[in-house]
Design a protein around this ligand. Structure first.
Ligand code: HEM
Ligand code: HEM
Length: 186
């Protein structure tokens, strides 16, 4: 996918990686808080605000996906550590590709879900995004199931990805984690 293989991730790539990780964490925390907020007259406004923030975080992930992809095509990203076993390299690349795929598809499904429910997305409370599909309750139900399934898949993949990075740091004691956290360079 990449044209070149630089020897490191630069500050922009590291910044984007951690910004997106934080936004994804925020999207989960916001929707869990939304789920645990009762639908009562005094919490109704808060509930709406929480889901709106969830959508803002998710749409920002979607926009940053394109920034990351374009920048990856322009600058390239470092090849996986050639010292690793071929199976480990394959697994790491597959997980990275699946993470990229989910950063695209999960927010798109969320956006379609909002449209199908009949609620247009007001990005940052300012821009009304176009509806991706017409209002349709049955479709909204299916999209909600798909959105939940993909979000669970993302959680599992991020878990695997982070566990792999920590294994490199604590067990293999190599420089993989330091590529994304340069202050850890030994
Ligand atoms: C990083 C991106 C995103 C993640 C990780 C994420 C995650 C989740 C999770 C875990 C749920 C709860 C699923 C359930 O229990 O049914 C959810 C629900 C939902 N999400 Fe997202 N989402 C993302 C992006 C978006 C976007 C971009 C939108 C819309 C623009 C969106 C709209 C919704 C809506 C409308 C619900 C249903 C809330 C309800 O009525 O219960 N999501 N999301
Ligand atoms: C605690 C959480 C996380 C840790 C410790 C972590 C760590 C790392 C490390 C060390 C790398 C570099 C791997 C290498 O050079 O071989 C990396 C790359 C990557 N990470 Fe994460 N990460 C985390 C969360 C996330 C999240 C939430 C996402 C997005 C869903 C993500 C997506 C990616 C992608 C796509 C790459 C590959 C970039 C490329 O080379 O194109 N990471 N991560």
């Amino acid at each position: 996918m990449t044209k070149k293989s630089p020897s490191n991730y630069n500050a922009l790539q590291i910044g984007l990686h951690w910004l997106v990780a934080l936004l994804i964490l925020a999207a989960f925390i916001l929707v869990w808080t939304f789920d645990n907020t009762p639908l009562a007259p005094d919490t109704f406004k808060l509930k709406l605000q929480l889901i709106a923030w969830h959508k803002w975080a998710g749409i920002t992930v979607l926009m940053l996906f394109f920034v990351r992809l374009i920048y990856k095509l322009i600058r390239g990203t470092p090849a996986i550590d050639p010292e690793l076993k071929p199976i480990e390299r394959k697994m790491a690349v597959s997980v990275h590709h699946l993470l990229y795929l989910l950063m695209l598809v999960l927010p798109m499904v969320g956006w379609m879900l909002s449209s199908a429910k009949g609620y247009p997305v007001m990005l940052y409370g300012v821009w009304q995004m176009p509806d991706l599909v017409a209002k349709d309750e049955a479709l909204a139900h299916t999209l909600k199931e798909i959105h939940e399934l993909l979000a669970n898949g993302l959680m599992v993949l991020v878990g695997l990805h982070a566990a792999g990075a920590l294994k490199h740091y604590f067990i293999d004691k190599d420089g993989t984690l330091a590529r994304m956290l340069p202050f850890l360079k030994r």
